[in-house]
Ligand binder design. Structure first.
Ligand SMILES: *Cc1c(COP(=O)(O)O)cnc(C)c1O
Length: 402
């Protein structure tokens, strides 16, 4: 949680600006707010880092991805290609829009692969919802080729990849629209919050209206505003935006330190355990470096490695293969479409049997993956100690393959 590791007077100052005016609402109240517009400033800061033409701060990354899909025109009956390794919000957003999630294979980038996407295409495929996982990025050149070739819409869930880039373009900006999360566990936090981004004016307008009951935000009388479309309340509050603003200003520095810490740890491990592999980063220089991703030779050895770390009390890692939130194996509620109500998906022709998906590559990749959260506040001693623990555990489990 690098963002929350750095938290102090800067965040307090931004929040106090809002508290001093009492205007917690992001729109209107021009006179009382004394020119304090934290949501707007938060958006400007995100634009500055990513180069996005348009940014809209919203109540969560989940709301951001819902808005990105909706504003891009994804709706009833559309098939949307999604990865089996993501945060469940990606799939929920597709379902809430009345669209159909179609699962495709990921590869060692931990993201959908061009090959996986191509295999999942049917005549009803409308979009690809690409998710950039664990602070890294997908292999964009090959993915953009496939998306273009089949004339698909590309939407990016960059919930975990704010400030990550590929060959100079920031995640979230390769397709029609994208979303970053600023929840408590990301590189920067607003407490709760997200930011929708796009380079397309029409898509931005649709998202802006969609996230505030269709309000067009023209004029200075909210009660008299026009409603070009139906929307809902996905607004961010000024208090959350204030925290998000202060945190976002820290991100360039956090990214630099993360990269340095990750490289240090990775080199120590590589030097002593030559055969260990890591997830593939299509552009290492664009890594937001929130995770060091170890790839064990197989699932069984990864599980032994994890057991050993747990035995020794080494914390700070994730084994996503058995994690309830991030990998499809545990998503019984989604696979069985358990909702409190009747949803479009209950009536739609689904091209996959969600309970019998064949995704051997994804199973292999996530089975092998053990991710260590990179901390921005680490001292050299702390990194040396962690590296030692990882190396010892790796050596102990890897003797079995020799
Ligand atoms: C965190 C995350 C989200 C959801 O963000 P919230 O702000 O918690 O709603 C969506 N997608 C991915 C990939 C995430 O990691």
């Amino acid at each position: 949680m690098p963002g929350t590791e750095k938290f102090g007077k800067e965040e307090l100052k931004e929040v106090m600006d809002v508290m001093n005016t009492g205007i917690l609402f992001r729109y209107n109240h021009e006179v009382q707010r004394n020119n304090i517009w934290k949501a707007r400033e938060f958006e400007e800061e995100v634009k500055k880092i990513t180069g996005a033409k348009y940014a809209l701060a919203v109540s969560s990354g989940s709301a951001g991805i819902l808005a990105a899909l909706a504003a891009s025109g994804v709706g009833y009956g559309d098939e949307v290609i999604v990865p089996p390794f993501t945060f469940a919000a990606t799939i929920e957003a597709v379902l809430f829009l009345g669209a159909i999630p179609v699962f495709a294979e990921i590869d060692e980038t931990l993201c959908l692969s061009a090959e996986g996407i191509e295999k999942a295409i049917t005549p009803k495929t409308k979009a690809v919802c690409l998710v950039h996982m664990c602070g890294g990025m997908a292999d964009m050149d090959s993915i953009l080729d496939v998306v273009k070739k089949h004339n698909l819409l590309l939407v990016e869930d960059a919930g975990q990849a704010f400030a990550a880039s590929y060959k100079g373009t920031y995640t979230g900006l390769f397709g029609k629209a994208g979303s970053y999360s600023f929840d408590f566990f990301k590189i920067a936090t607003a407490g709760e919050g997200g930011v929708f981004v796009t380079n397309d004016e029409h898509t931005y307008k649709m998202a802006e209206y969609f996230c505030d009951h269709g309000h067009n935000h023209e004029g200075n009388n909210r009660g008299m505003e026009q409603h070009p479309i139906v929307g809902f309340n996905f607004r961010i509050s000024e208090l959350h935006a204030a925290v998000g603003l202060a945190q976002t200003r820290r991100v360039p520095e956090i990214k630099t330190i993360n990269q340095k810490n990750k490289r240090y740890l990775q080199n120590l491990i590589k030097n002593e355990v030559k055969e260990i592999e890591f997830s593939r980063l299509p552009d290492e220089s664009g890594d937001s470096a929130t995770f060091l991703n170890l790839m064990l030779p197989n699932t069984e050895l990864a599980q032994s490695f994890v057991d050993l770390l747990n035995q020794k009390g080494t914390g700070g890692f994730n084994y996503w293969y058995t994690n309830m939130y991030h990998f499809i194996n545990q998503w019984d509620h989604i696979k069985n479409l358990r909702f409190p109500n009747k949803m479009a998906i209950h009536y739609l022709p689904i091209p996959q049997d969600y309970n019998n998906l064949q995704l051997p590559k994804s199973q292999e990749v996530i089975g092998r993956l053990v991710s260590f959260g990179i901390r921005v506040s680490w001292t050299e001693e702390e990194m040396n100690k962690l590296a030692r623990e990882i190396i010892n555990a790796l050596k102990q489990v890897l003797v079995k393959v020799k």
